[in-house]
Design a protein around this ligand. Structure first.
Ligand code: BGC
Length: 649
């Protein structure tokens, strides 16, 4: 390893062979130290927890157990960016303990369709929400000395055909939707950005010079672009586009670079640009290695994970059966002992400790209650619903195991799950359905038969403690959806867009999620931003005024109930008479407010000029069309509580 007191190496100190070796991994998970000349960095997945592989005696790789955090879906549902920062800091501690230099996450791809198998790894259908959560997660990890890899750049919004499909997206849609999360997340200066496997408008993302140029304009300092694993098909083209690090090592790419260099098809400066960026990354990581220290104990990290899971659970329906009172008799059936699922594929994490079942977690909070349970999956007992007969509350846990590499087979629950819910509900009017799914679910087959629905997502290692805390009212139900739950798959325009073997046409353009559903609310079961609280809130005194560089918004939020709780104030902007197509309204600011019973607070948010603008392809830039704008203070995309107007020039 190069010593820090030695003069840092530059491209001119390396031979061509060394440069070529530096431009790819040494193996699957590490960079090449050139025989000890430079620092060797370890890269590990990400983002739900650390998945560091280690070799056994035979050299076979196994994943080291690690703390499993709630998935990105759950994190975004907290609507509290401070919790994203906290998660980034905690995961950084795990990385420090395991000797990981770069965590392969977070992922900020937009949820264009509920069918994408990786939605649990992504934050939202809204670019602001996705970007802010990505930025805060990155800031948390990078500030603690751990590099991140913002992924997957870009327009990789489903798994089907991801290795060869071309996402055909018009420029305005790219600028206003798909690039925005990367733009915002880059404010936190991620050490690396990972390119996706797919093509965009016919060019492979591992070779996309144009989109790399745009990406680099977002970055404060020059970071390195890393390939997704195996995404490079033509190393010469990818070098010329500016892809710095190919992962993992590929013999074929190394010899292609050598031949191209010898033939004069790539120049010294083509090589050196990437080599310099990699060298400065490696020196930065090396310097951090010497300084970084674990900040939180394992227990503290687990409590943080639990807090995120609590805040990210969304109460979708409640006729009054929740919270469950101490002393009530309760049955827990369904996938009860499916204690934990972190999503499949590269984000999977093997938890590093015991995990409680939901009934254990409930018993701890309801000492006077009788709690009975049965797992219909491992015990194969499809008649376990009989356990719910006569119980005060019948909880049914259902879920889907979403993962990388394929899309979800359906937006609905499995037939068995639906049958089980209906059987339980037939005999117990206080049936509570808990959903452990990676994305929106079509609930139409059973929604009106049950008393309550809770979307718990993949809650990580302490997910059941968090769920029990929400079900019993120990904490408020404080989560809000970060994606629209429509009445079925066919309601999403992206699901009806043209697609063939090679091409996925983003023909819905800007009309993704609530940007489309706002105009046809009847298609929606639970709107973007929706979630019930056990408390109740009122909004008042919305004021908007022009300020230097944008507008200032103030309003009052009051907890008008008898218990403490959380509300999420969502500020949307709407142009009254646009000169180009604009979605009905767009989220431009949000704030989570925790209020004691009866408490009132004034909140202030600033809307930069950009919040009013659209991307003009006619003028190649962001433009504000002078005129009147409405500023809407909402509880979710459907419930617009207050409106004020402002004129912009
Ligand atoms: C995934 C990435 C992941 C990488 C390394 C790829 O298949 O798309 O998200 O970081 O593998 O495991």
């Amino acid at each position: 390893m190069g010593h820090s007191n030695q003069k840092p190496l530059h491209a001119c100190d390396l031979s061509v062979e060394e440069k070529i070796l530096l431009l790819a991994g040494r193996d699957f998970w590490n960079t090449n130290s050139l025989g000890g000349k430079v620092f060797e960095a370890n890269l590990s997945d990400g983002p739900v927890g650390v998945r560091k592989p280690f070799p056994d005696e035979k050299g076979e790789l196994h994943d080291l157990p690690s703390i499993a955090y709630p998935s990105a879906e759950v994190l975004a549902q907290t609507w509290d960016p401070a919790l994203a920062r906290l998660t980034g800091e905690c995961v950084a501690d795990d990385c420090i303990e395991k000797g990981v230099d770069i965590l392969l996450g977070p992922g900020v791809n937009l949820k264009r369709t509920p069918m994408c198998g990786r939605n649990f790894e992504y934050f939202s259908e809204d670019p602001l929400l996705a970007g802010v959560f990505g930025r805060e997660y990155i800031a948390g990890a990078e500030n603690r000395g751990v590099g991140t890899s913002l992924k997957h750049f870009c327009a990789n919004n489903r798994e089907y055909g991801r290795l060869y499909i071309s996402s055909e997206v018009d420029e305005r849609t790219l600028r206003e939707l798909y690039l925005v999360p990367f733009e915002i997340a880059c404010e936190a200066n991620p050490s690396t950005v990972m390119c996706s496997y797919n093509l965009v408008n016919g060019v492979r993302m591992s070779e996309h010079a144009k989109l790399y140029r745009i990406l680099r304009s977002f970055w404060r300092e020059d970071g390195a672009i890393v390939s997704d694993w195996g995404a490079v098909k033509d190393r010469v083209a990818s070098l010329k586009a500016g892809l710095d690090l190919e992962m993992p090592f590929s013999e074929e790419s190394a010899s292609a670079l050598k031949t191209a260099y010898e033939k004069g098809e790539i120049s010294d400066s083509d090589l050196d640009e990437c080599v310099e960026r990699l060298l400065s990354l490696l020196y930065k990581l090396q310097e951090r290695r010497g300084k970084r220290k674990v900040l939180r104990t394992r227990e503290e990290r687990l409590s943080s994970a639990e807090k995120v899971a609590e805040e990210g659970i969304v109460l979708l329906k409640n006729t009054g059966v929740l919270p469950i009172r101490n002393g009530a008799s309760v049955s827990v059936t369904g996938e009860e002992t499916n204690r934990y699922f972190a999503g499949g594929g590269s984000a999977r994490v093997i938890p590093d400790g015991e995990i409680s079942t939901l009934s254990e977690a409930l018993s701890a909070l309801l000492p006077k209650s009788e709690i009975v349970s049965a797992d219909v999956v491992s015990q194969g007992k499809m008649d376990a619903y009989r356990l719910s007969y006569g119980k005060d509350v019948a909880i049914v846990v259902c879920g889907s195991e979403d993962g990388e590499g394929s899309d979800r087979p359906s937006m609905a629950l499995s037939e068995n799950d639906v049958r089980f819910i209906l059987e339980t509900a037939k005999n117990n009017k206080n049936t509570v359905v808990v959903l452990r799914c990676g994305a929106a679910v079509d609930v139409s087959a059973w929604e009106n038969r049950v008393a309550a629905i809770v979307s718990a997502g993949y809650g990580g290692q302490r997910g059941n403690e968090a769920l029990a805390a929400v079900l019993t009212g120990k904490v408020d139900a404080a989560g809000r959806l970060a994606e629209t739950w429509a009445n079925g798959r066919e309601e999403y325009l992206s699901e009806n867009a043209y697609r063939d073997h090679n091409v996925s046409l983003y023909e819905e353009g800007l009309r993704v999620g609530y940007r489309d559903f706002d105009l046809r609310p009847e298609a929606v079961r639970y709107p973007f931003g929706f979630g019930l609280s056990y408390a109740e809130f009122s909004f008042s005194d919305l004021k908007v005024s022009r300020e230097k560089g944008g507008a200032k918004v103030t309003l009052k939020v009051k907890n008008i109930s008898k218990r403490a709780g959380s509300e999420v104030v969502q500020i949307y902007v709407r142009e009254a008479e646009p000169c180009v197509f604009r979605p009905y309204k767009e989220l431009k600011a949000f704030e989570k407010v925790r209020l004691a019973a009866g408490e009132e607070r004034e909140i202030t948010v600033f809307l930069p000029r950009r919040a009013f603008s659209y991307y003009s392809t006619a003028e190649d830039g962001w433009r504000v069309h002078a005129g009147t704008f409405e500023v809407l203070a909402c509880k979710n995309a459907r419930d617009e509580m207050l409106k004020a107007t402002i004129d912009m020039e």
